[in-house]
Design a binder for this molecule. Structure first.
Ligand code: MF3
Ligand code: CO
Ligand code: CO
Length: 294
């Protein structure tokens, strides 16, 4: 079944009839796509986004990226992870937005700050950043009711060779995962691309945390696994919005959660890095609603 509307309405129909697409298979293809969306809504509870929703998420995404830019400018040895929380919290409020992490399932702060062997969900506090640390900062503002979720891993001062490596592999893992997103490809294609690349570099992919639908809520269906097999799972369809956010470890993939019930750390103490973007499936491929270069 064709699930793409990549062909222009006035282009020749791909079925080979010689007619214009709009005079031939266009309506049938559109019906197929609409019925598949209805099915995915009912079966998987996926909430497709309309153009006005997409614009709302895009604006939230702009705010999220502005916060990451501020963090990037100011992060340096001697600051605390709580300082980052203050910058993000105040900037969010000053722009009439709400920090989604704050009080989310009991999370006590406005941003996740994950240092070195912390994989994700680090709680800002008194920890002082030192030269050579790597720090993931994960922000999710809610603006006019719309959520955008994005993160980057920053160097503090001068990075070690290990730090340079794991950050580069995490960055490229997200890039390769995102490049598999297009209508008709499946979730498994993204997971496969990430796992195949990260493991080829001798690194490992965390399995306990996944990407997720986003926009109307913080975490919506479907889950986006960062490992898997090509062609597995459901298809991407235009109007889906979700995150891709692979967590990649320099050593093994196993983790444990600290006493605070949030902080996830590598079992072997090896470095972990992550980049995250909020992605829209378009008719042509994808668009990042939190776009930054990778
Ligand atoms: N931002 C994280 C994600 O990418 C979720 C953090 S949940 C929190 O999905 F409660 F820790 F903020
Ligand atoms: Co996320
Ligand atoms: Co996030």
């Amino acid at each position: 079944m064709s699930v793409t509307t990549k062909v222009g309405r006035n282009d020749p129909c791909p079925c080979g009839s010689g007619l214009k697409y709009k005079k031939c298979c266009f309506n049938r293809d559109k019906k197929n796509l609409d019925s598949l969306k209805t099915q995915y809504g009912q079966q998987y509870k996926i909430r497709f986004k309309q153009p006005a929703d997409i614009e709302g998420i895009r604006q939230a995404g702009k705010l999220a990226l502005a916060m990451l830019d501020i963090v990037e400018e100011r992060i340096k040895p001697g600051i605390t992870t709580d300082d980052i929380n203050t910058w993000v919290h105040d900037y969010t409020i000053a722009h009439d937005a709400v920090p989604a992490p704050l009080n989310y399932r009991g999370f006590p702060k406005s941003v996740c700050v994950s240092v070195n062997e912390v994989i994700c969900h680090g709680i800002p506090g008194k920890r002082v950043l030192k030269d050579g640390d790597i720090v993931n900062v994960d922000v999710t503002p809610i603006l006019n009711g719309y959520y955008a979720d994005t993160s980057k891993t920053f160097f503090v001062g001068t990075p070690s060779n290990d730090a340079v490596k794991i950050v580069a592999v995490a960055r490229e893992s997200l890039k390769r995962g995102m490049s598999m997103v297009k209508s008709g490809n499946t979730l498994g294609d993204v997971g496969w691309a990430i796992q195949d690349y990260a493991e080829s570099q001798g690194c490992s992919v965390v399995r306990e945390f996944v990407g997720h639908g986003v926009g109307f809520e913080f975490h919506e269906p479907p889950q986006i696994l960062h490992y898997g097999r090509r062609g597995e799972g459901i298809m991407f369809l235009p109007g889906m919005v979700f995150t891709v956010e692979p967590m990649v470890n320099l050593g093994g993939r196993n983790l444990h959660i600290l006493e605070d019930n949030w902080t996830a750390v590598t079992n072997d103490g090896s470095l972990s890095a992550q980049f995250e973007q909020t992605i829209l499936v378009t008719e042509q491929g994808w668009e990042s609603l939190t776009p930054f270069g990778l």
